[in-house]
Design a protein around this ligand. Structure first.
Ligand code: PGA
Length: 253
C-alpha cells in the first residue's frame, strides 16, 4: 500500500514569525494524522521551522537543491547542507523553476540522484502547459519529462522518489484538474514508472498538484493512482492545510 503524502509548497512566502505562528496553529490540528505530512518552506525557514516540527512526525523539505557537493556556486545550497537542517525531502523540477530558471530534465535528474545519495527523498515535478494539453500532447510531454528527470535514479532507490504531477495551467490559477483528467495522467505516469523500474514503479507515490483545496482534495485522493497532493496557496493557511491532510473527512461533508 502506498501511504498518502500531503505536502505544502510555501514557495517564496512567510517570514520566521509567520512560520512559527503557522506551526503553533497547525501542529495540534494534525496531531492524529496517519498520513505523511511534509512542509517545504523557503530555505531561510528550514532551521527554525525544523526545530518547531521536531518530534511532530511532520517532515521538512527544501524547495530546491544544487546537485554538487560543495564549491564555487554562489547563492546555491548543497544536499549535505539540507541534511544538516534535517530535511527528509526536497522538491526538484518545479514548473516555476523550469520556466523561470531554465531547469532542464537533465539537471532535475542530477538533483534527484544527488539527493538520494544523501538519503533525501526527491519530489520530482512534471506537468504540461495549456498549449501542450490543447495540442493533445499532455501524456507524451509528461512521459518525456519523467524519463529525462529520472534518468540518473537507480532502480534500487526508486521507491524513495515521489512524483508530483502538476499541470502548469492548474498552478495558482484556481483551476484544479478534474479527478478524471488527473487520474488519466497519473495512470500513464504509473505505466512509465513500470517501464523504468519494473515492480518498484508500483510503490512510487504520485502526488497531484495545482490549486488543490479542502473542497477538491477528497475526490482527487479517491482516484486509484493519486497518492497525495502538493499544495501551494491552500497550504499557507493552517486550517485549510489541516483539512487537506485530513482529506478523508472532507468526503463526508
Ligand atoms: P497551487 O501551487 O496549489 O497554489 O496551485 C501548487 C504548486 O505549485 O506546487
Amino acid at each position: 500500500m502506498r501511504k498518502p503524502i500531503l505536502a505544502a509548497n510555501w514557495k517564496m512566502q512567510k517570514t520566521i514569525p509567520e512560520a512559527i505562528e503557522f506551526a503553533e496553529a497547525f501542529l495540534p490540528l494534525v496531531a492524529d494524522a496517519e498520513v505523511d505530512v511534509v512542509i517545504a518552506p523557503p530555505f531561510t525557514l528550514l532551521d527554525r521551522l525544523g526545530a518547531k516540527l521536531s518530534g511532530s512526525g511532520i517532515a521538512l523539505a527544501a524547495q530546491n537543491v544544487n546537485p554538487n557537493e560543495s564549491g564555487a556556486f554562489t547563492g546555491e545550497i548543497a544536499p549535505g547542507m539540507l541534511v544538516d537542517l534535517g530535511c527528509q525531502y526536497a522538491i526538484v523540477g518545479h514548473s516555476e523553476r523550469r520556466a523561470l530558471y531554465g531547469e532542464t530534465d537533465a539537471l532535475v535528474s542530477q538533483k534527484a540522484a544527488s539527493l538520494l545519495n544523501h538519503d533525501i527523498r526527491p519530489i520530482v515535478c512534471v506537468g504540461e502547459t495549456l498549449e501542450q494539453r490543447d495540442a493533445g500532447s499532455a501524456l507524451s510531454v509528461v512521459a518525456e519529462q519523467l524519463r529525462g528527470s529520472l534518468a540518473e535514479v537507480a532502480s534500487d532507490r526508486a521507491s524513495e522518489v515521489v512524483i508530483a504531477y502538476e499541470p502548469v495551467w492548474a498552478i495558482g490559477t484556481g483551476r484544479t484538474a478534474t479527478p478524471q483528467i488527473a487520474q488519466e495522467v497519473h495512470e500513464s505516469i504509473r505505466s512509465v514508472l513500470g517501464d523504468l523500474f519494473g515492480a518498484v514503479g508500483g510503490e512510487i507515490r504520485i502526488q497531484y498538484g495545482g490549486s488543490v483545496k479542502p473542497e477538491t482534495v477528497y475526490d482527487l485522493m479517491n482516484q486509484p493512482d493519486i497518492d497525495g497532493a502538493l499544495v501551494g496557496g491552500a497550504s499557507l493557511d493552517p486550517e485549510a492545510f489541516s483539512r487537506i491532510v485530513h482529506f478523508e473527512r472532507e468526503g463526508s461533508q
